[in-house]
Design a protein around this ligand. Structure first.
Ligand code: CTP
Ligand code: MG
Length: 181
């Protein structure tokens, strides 16, 4: 596969993992997952991780995966590359895994004394990628290995932090997010 094919496949296959956290920003609010509980003198996760944000974000990622599967033949024709479709379990793994990675990052941020909204360079950009890939690999190993070949995986690891920074700065400029990370 040429470089263009690798890049389109990487972005396409990760779209169901890119969307959940951004939708959670719009859908967030309501009850925090940790129920306000603390661990030591800090919150377990904090008010930034809510049940509604997590459920709506996951549903949005799964919905997108199903939509992409429908349009995969058409888009594959347009870009001249065979793009993957998403079995439900793979869509769910990518979407929920992305949310889990972000939640795990908040747990680490609180344990390292970072308040809600504080940045943690590196972790902020890759938490959801690692979560999504780990989760989809556990839930749909054959699909994951066929889709995320070594070049595609490398493209994901290089492109995702860049896309993440761009979308978060965008959300900040639009006033949807309080911080640009
Ligand atoms: N959000 C949510 N549920 C999630 C993830 C995000 O409701 N599982 C919403 C919250 O309203 C959150 C916003 O999306 O404030 C931005 O997400 P994020 O930057 O991940 O959270 P922060 O508020 O910055 O908190 P943290 O420091 O824990 O990342
Ligand atoms: Mg944040």
């Amino acid at each position: 596969m040429d470089l263009f094919g690798v890049v389109v496949t990487a972005v396409w296959a990760m779209l169901p993992a890119y969307v959940p956290n951004n939708v959670a920003v719009l859908a967030g609010g309501g009850k925090p997952i940790d129920g306000g509980q603390t661990l030591g003198d800090r919150r377990i996760l904090g008010d930034g991780k809510t049940r509604r944000g997590t459920v709506v974000g996951t549903a949005a990622g799964l919905g997108l995966a199903l939509l992409l599967s429908d349009i995969a033949p058409t888009v594959s024709g347009l870009v001249g590359h065979q793009l993957p479709t998403f079995p439900v379990i793979a869509g769910l793994g990518l979407a929920f895994g992305a949310m889990l990675g972000d939640i795990a990052a908040s747990f680490l941020k609180r344990r390292t004394g970072r308040e809600r909204g504080a940045s943690f360079p590196g972790l902020d950009q890759l938490d959801f990628v690692v979560g999504a890939l780990a989760c989809v690999w556990v839930l749909a190993p054959a699909w994951t290995e066929a889709t995320f070949t070594t070049p595609v995986l490398l493209a994901v690891l290089v492109l995702t932090p860049l896309l993440h920074i761009l979308t978060n700065v965008g959300a900040y400029v639009l006033g949807l997010k309080d911080e640009p990370w």
